[in-house]
Design a protein. Structure first.
Length: 147
C-alpha cells in the first residue's frame, strides 16, 4: 500500500511518517528522494510512479509530500493522510530548525504557503500537534487487513 503523508513544512509529517514506517515495516520516501532513480527528472518520475503503482497492491511505501505538485505522482488507491498545524506552530518549529532565527522572507513564505493543502482530497486528517500517531497506525493496519 502507498501511504501519502501530505502537509506543509514543519506540520508534523516526518514524525507521523516515521511512526507509520515503524508500525508497518514500510519503505520511507521523502519529497524528491526519487530523483536518484535516474539521471533525468522525467525518467526518475516515471520510474517512481511505476514503483508507487506496484506498491498499491504490494509492499508498503510511506511517501512524504510537502509540495502540491508532487500529488500528481500518487496512484489511484493511495491512502492520503493530510497533516496540519496552525501557522504559529509551523513558524516556531521552523525557527527551531533554523537555530532560533526565522528570517522575514522565510516567515512570509510560510505565511503564503499556509493552507496550500486545505482543498486536498484525503482519507485521513491528522493534527500534527495533538494527533495520536499510534491510533492512526492502528487504523491503517485495520484498513490494510480489510483489503
Amino acid at each position: 500500500m502507498v501511504y501519502a503523508i501530505i502537509g506543509e513544512n514543519c506540520s508534523g509529517k516526518s514524525r507521523l511518517a516515521e511512526a507509520i514506517q515503524r508500525s508497518l515495516g514500510a519503505e520511507l520516501v521523502s519529497g524528491r528522494d526519487w530523483l536518484r532513480m535516474a539521471k533525468s527528472e522525467s525518467s526518475a518520475a516515471a520510474l517512481f510512479r511505476k514503483k508507487l503503482e506496484a506498491a498499491v497492491s504490494g509492499d508498503d511505501i510511506v511517501y512524504v509530500i510537502a509540495e502540491p505538485s508532487l500529488l500528481s505522482l500518487l496512484p489511484e488507491g493511495a491512502v492520503r493522510i493530510l497533516v496540519s498545524a496552525d501557522l504559529d506552530t509551523i513558524k516556531e518549529r521552523f525557527r527551531a530548525r533554523m537555530r532560533g532565527n526565522l528570517p522575514a522572507p522565510v516567515e512570509r513564505m510560510l505565511e503564503r504557503n499556509h493552507g496550500i493543502f486545505d482543498g486536498c482530497r484525503c482519507d485521513y486528517r491528522f493534527d500534527g500537534v495533538t494527533g495520536d500517531a499510534a491510533a492512526l497506525c492502528e487504523a491503517l493496519k485495520e484498513r490494510a487487513d480489510k483489503t
